[in-house]
Design a protein. Structure first.
Length: 117
């Protein structure tokens, strides 16, 4: 129910805290692609082609720091790194699925955005 809500530590409301965790430019997209799977960095790059390697790395580090994803590094040459959802990240799956459903339902008739110039 919209309206006043409880205070979260350091935030004015739980929505603000949630947006902080998943509101990065590509965070929700990364989380979406990790639902039910484990992906390597190069696979994420292919799935999120609009993100530069630097930006993708930054978003992954922030998600890891916030305990939304887990990063596993294998001691091989060249190094192999895999990303998967943590339990905390998995708890967002229903919300991300609902966002996808809402987008399909409400954005069908909207023309695609023009490429950034």
């Amino acid at each position: 129910m919209p309206g006043p809500c409880c205070k979260c530590e350091g935030y004015n409301c739980p929505i603000e805290a949630t947006i902080h965790l998943i509101g990065g430019k590509y965070k929700a997209i990364i989380l979406w692609h990790l639902i039910g799977t484990t992906l390597r960095f190069s696979e994420l790059q292919r799935l999120v082609p609009q993100a530069t390697a630097k930006m993708l790395t930054q978003q992954l580090r922030e998600l890891e720091a916030d305990k939304m994803i887990e990063r596993k590094v294998y001691p091989v040459v060249p190094p192999r790194t895999e990303y998967s959802l943590s339990e905390k990240g998995k708890s967002l799956s229903p919300i991300l699925l609902e966002l996808c459903h809402w987008g399909k339902e409400h954005l069908e008739d909207r023309p695609p955005r023009e490429a950034a110039q």
